[in-house]
Design a protein. Structure first.
Lengths: 299, 249
């Protein structure tokens, strides 16, 4: 049973179309990602879900009380510099009829209750923002770009916090442009580009859609032409230039084999791995999939 | 809901007290000026025939210090915090909770009124104890002028917060308005000493009407109906305009 249903959502600001046509639904308890580049319409979409904006056309249905049961972390939102973490959490907790224990939330987020907002680091601010979104014991949490601008450690700490939200059974709608974040956190993702949904799938499903191609790269002195005949192999490229030719140092030529299915076993059957050096395998990443799905020309 | 509002107001009060500049300009400066100038400048404590035999430090200067505190709160502190709240998305964030952002605005207004009452009480009581400034003969009349004038100034502050695009502009415009308004109230040239034409203009300004109303009430006179009407008019006009123009995000 979907807790959020967005159906042919369209939102324009004057003559500017922010969201052209967006549809997706989010199941209770899942972490649903909305990915897209800057200006793709992600924030507008979730702000329509949060009730902060009114759709120009289409419908947004949320099966929960928007104010009481939907917790929101907004992209551009901060607090007064002088407010302390504990004060902000206690204050926001007092807004709700069934608040969560705010001290526990602060502890989970690794926050010092006495620290003033103005002295918090970027990561601490984001974690406070997430804690504030959870302080009303919501059924749905909407998190908009929560790790943008954070250093890798702060990003990981924030991800840990989000993983724990899922364990509480809270449905999460997560806006991001980090594929790593999607891979770590999301059950399913909607890819949005130029105000339209390009795909809705699991992260693995998106990779498969983008071809799911694998690449083997190795050096060898053996002839590689016979690899082309293998059904699993799509192409074989022998590098020209610096790595070309059989070097006196015995480095061989660099060969790149692309294909799908079990390319590695197929190649190994013809060319024993002992005859190759520096073998490595690359897969299509979610980043590649994202580029394929959204088109490269858009910036 | 009342519990929530109480909590909101308590947090806002604490935040106010953590702003040394706000506390200084709204409370310490007016009280300090009254006591400092009142005790050190001899002319301030001499009966002045051009002021109807009062001492400058009595109704004229005391009224100006009460006014200074309220004008600072209304044109600087209140719009400053509201614009920062809007700029930082606090009002928008609140609109996603069961609490309306207007509750924060109401809490801000309440804090500013309370601070104005505290500053005014300190000014009157310390002025009385240290300088022998007479307390208002009719506290009721004084309270009416104080409440009406404070509402007027706060309504103007809300209008300023409504139209100012950011914190920098609100501070700039606030101070740019403050000096002429204080001058017209008689801060540097008491109204009784103003040229006729300037006093006529001052009669119709919010601070001129408020300042004279305070002086009358402190001196034990009834405020002039013209000044009450001018204050009510400004309060209504600024209040309605602020309500129409206020943006929450």
């Amino acid at each position: 049973m979907a807790i959020i249903t967005v159906d042919h959502l369209r939102k324009t600001y004057g003559t500017k179309v922010a969201v052209e046509d967006v549809s997706f639904s989010v199941e209770e308890g899942e972490v649903f990602g909305i990915v897209g580049r800057n200006g793709a319409g992600k924030t507008t979409t979730v702000e329509c879900v949060a009730g902060l904006r009114t759709p120009t056309a289409g419908t947004v249905t949320v099966d929960a009380d928007l104010k009481e049961q939907v917790g929101v972390q907004l992209q551009e939102c901060s607090l007064p510099d002088k407010i302390r973490v504990g004060e902000a959490l206690a204050l926001y907790a007092s807004f709700y009829s069934r608040p969560a224990g705010w001290r526990g939330l602060a502890e989970e987020a690794g926050l010092d209750l006495r620290a003033p907002f103005g002295k918090l680091s970027g990561g601490q601010r984001q974690r406070l923002s997430v804690a504030l979104a959870l302080v009303g014991s919501p059924r749905v949490a909407i998190l908009d770009e929560l790790t943008t601008g954070l250093d890798p450690q702060a990003r990981r700490d924030t991800w840990d916090l989000v993983s724990r939200i899922r364990e509480r059974g809270v449905t999460v709608l997560l806006v991001t442009h980090f594929m790593e974040e999607v891979e770590r956190l999301c059950d399913r993702v909607a890819v949005i580009s130029r105000g339209r949904v390009r795909a809705v799938d699991t992260p693995a499903g998106l990779v498969a859609r983008a071809g799911g191609e694998q690449r083997l790269i190795f050096h060898t002195d053996d002839p590689v032409d016979r690899l082309r005949a293998l059904p699993e192999v799509a192409s074989v490229t022998v590098a020209a230039g610096r790595n070309a030719g059989t070097g006196a140092d015995g480095s061989g030529v660099e060969v790149t084999v692309t294909g799908s299915g079990d390319v590695l076993s197929a190649v190994a059957a013809v060319l024993p791995p002992s005859r190759t050096r520096g073998l490595r395998m690359e897969r299509t990443t979610l980043d590649d999939a994202f580029l394929v799905l959204t088109g490269k020309e858009e910036s | 809901m009342t519990k929530t509002f109480g909590k909101l107001a308590a947090v806002e009060a604490r935040l106010f007290l953590r702003e040394p500049m706000a506390v200084f300009f709204a409370i310490v400066l007016p009280v300090g000026l009254l006591l400092g100038l009142g005790t050190t400048i001899p002319g301030f404590r001499d009966a002045d025939p051009s002021l109807g035999g009062q001492r400058l430090v009595d109704a004229p200067f005391t009224a100006m210090m009460v006014l200074l505190s309220i004008v600072t709160l209304a044109l600087s502190v209140l719009p400053g915090s509201l614009v920062v709240y809007r700029e930082r998305g606090v009002l928008r964030r609140l609109s996603t909770t069961p609490v309306r952002p207007s509750a924060l605005l109401a809490a801000q207004l309440l804090i500013n009124v309370v601070v104005a009452v505290v500053a005014t009480t300190l000014t009157l009581v310390l002025g009385h104890l240290v300088l022998g400034v007479p307390l208002p003969g009719s506290p009721g009349t004084f309270a009416v002028v104080f409440v009406l004038g404070s509402l007027t100034m706060l309504a103007i502050g809300l209008l300023l917060a409504a139209v100012a695009p950011n914190a920098r502009v609100v501070q700039g415009v606030g101070s740019a308005l403050m000096f002429p308004l204080l001058f017209l109230a008689g801060m540097w040239l008491p109204r009784p000493l103003m040229p006729e034409i300037l006093r006529r203009i001052s009669d119709f300004t919010p601070t001129g009407a408020f300042g004279q109303g305070l002086m009358d009430a402190l001196g034990g006179h009834a405020p002039q109906p013209l000044h009450l009407a001018v204050l009510a008019g400004w309060a209504l006009a600024a209040g309605l305009a602020a309500a129409r123009l206020f943006r929450w995000q």
